[in-house]
Design a protein. Sequence first.
Length: 679
Amino acid sequence: MADVPHEVLSEHFQDKLKGRRLVSAVFLTFKFDPGFFEQEVLPVIVDVPLSHVKAMRLVQLEDALRGLPGEISVYYDANGLVVGDTGSAHLDIRRIPVRHKTGIFHPKNVFLLVEDAEPDEHGNRVRSLLVASMSANLTRSGWWENIECCHVEEIEEGSRTRLKDDIKWFLASIKRSTPANTDHSALQDILDFLGGLEQGRQKSAGGQVHTHFYAGREPLPDFIDELAGSVVRGAYLEVLSPYFDDRAECGPLKELIDRFKPREVQVLLPRRVTGEAAVRRELYESVAAMPAVAWSRLADKKFLRLGTAEDAGERFVHAKVYRFFTQNPKREITFVGSANLTTAAHARGGNVETGFLVDVVPDRRPGFWTVPVGQKPADFAHQTEDDGIAASGGTRLNLRYHWDHAEAQAFWNATADSPQLRVTAREIEVGVLGNLPPGQWIKLPTEIAGRIAEMLGETSLFKVLDEAQEPGLLLVQEEGMSHKPSLLLRLSAADILRYWSLLTPQQRAAFIEAHGPEIGVHEQGADLVTRFRVTKDDDTIFGRFAGIFHGFGCLERTIFESLEHNRDREATYRLFGRKYDSLGNLLSRIQSERDKSDPVDRYVVVLCARQLCRQVAQKYPDYWKQNADDVADLDKRIEEASTVREEMIAERGADFADFLAWFDPWFLRRAERVEVSDD
């Protein structure tokens, strides 16, 4: 028996990301636990210091995400939502449901567009695309509990690759499976990168088959046969698959055997956590009766064990692997991906499946990873791919809420009008939607939109009940997240200025953790956070003008750098957003703290805000025009805060008004550098 190569999935990705920083990311999954994804998967690809406390970790991740050059999107099966114990979705991640007409949306892929963390001597950062094909869903069981499989390919910028056309075709097909007018910014970043590559034409080189991406254009056996049929015929075959058809015979296995005539076949027997064989008794017996075919199991029980204790349960083997190997010569061609040994996974017009076909020359003579099952199981209980999905199932209704203009929309993904639909969240009725036309986004009444916004402060998981009162689970897509109020952390005006001045992610993470223990005081991990009283010190540099100027100077540099490198979203967050550290929030805070602060300090903040807006408008006029509504709202906030000018004049008299009339233009005018000659 050969050793099974193994590694912790999150550590595998972290190793691949060393020395890189994320640009954009696209995740594809069948089952999707949005809370687990944000809390546990996202930190793997966004390398920032994080708190042990959930609420503070979300604030830190929120800060990190807005600095990405691109975006992060998750595409999931519309019926595949899983409600875990990590809660709902909160962050600025695009969550897009996919409804596949002839089966299920079953791929498990990660596309990470990355670039060098440090620029080269010419200031350039080389980009690469990491493409993973695996069996793991975006759930706790997929990333933490099951035995899964994964293969990662790296494609360098400007290179030639056999993977280009198949991946491009597959990603383009996903666009066609989603509601109209869906924002695919992250996916488009991947497609644009692929557009700069050259498609390799040779299937193999030096007798070795190039790695190929399976996009589902043809049945899986045809894909393997076209690329490696002459090599794998007559080889040993080993199959790991957790799910089989609910039939008396295994048609896909028979197809593989008839086509490739393997010398010997071992098929891993899936078992439920309660011990029963997870196939029909008749299917077990028909496979066992095939010549040179045996049901098998992983031999090393330590590999299966969930923990170190003797009574620890066993991991569920969720991997989907097809291994063809020969021992003389040493050769191993493996398909790794999402395809089970089912008709829907192998035949044309079934599920959406993906995978990699990989040809390697191993160091040792390859052998089976498994050993034959010695005794027929006593009990059988067929298990389906749908086990573990939320009992409520999915829905054909899509909802999205635009925080930037307080609007909600509904999309009925069907061919006929919807029945009357009752939408709830946390058992509270949000609204009743009736007779929605199919295939188009419909603006919802303001009253319903307001209730959706109110509930999104607590959860993005809603329930939809039709006329038969059948519940369906719905994940609301949130747009314009820069304008969603930060419910997790409130900073004083002085703290916002301090925060702007911090230069590194480590400094910002430490600042949030120091100022936010109260937001997660009762959560798991809170006992690991040091609590102390944050005292006000008016004698610090941040208490007066130097701190104000320094904070605004840092904010301006951050905004200019973001716009210079096409990271408009980060600039929007800081200028127009509703988060704890935005300019608009600072203006609101100085108004709410007017009884506690010096009016001169408040007025200097207002002038600095005017000066910053003037500079951005002059240097980036197109950006300023594109955000006209936000600019108007920010101008209104500045005008409201500017009432402090009249307060100071009323207190100090007409002479002070003359002083301000002279002072204001000079303050708003930027000083120009004067070159001093040596003469």
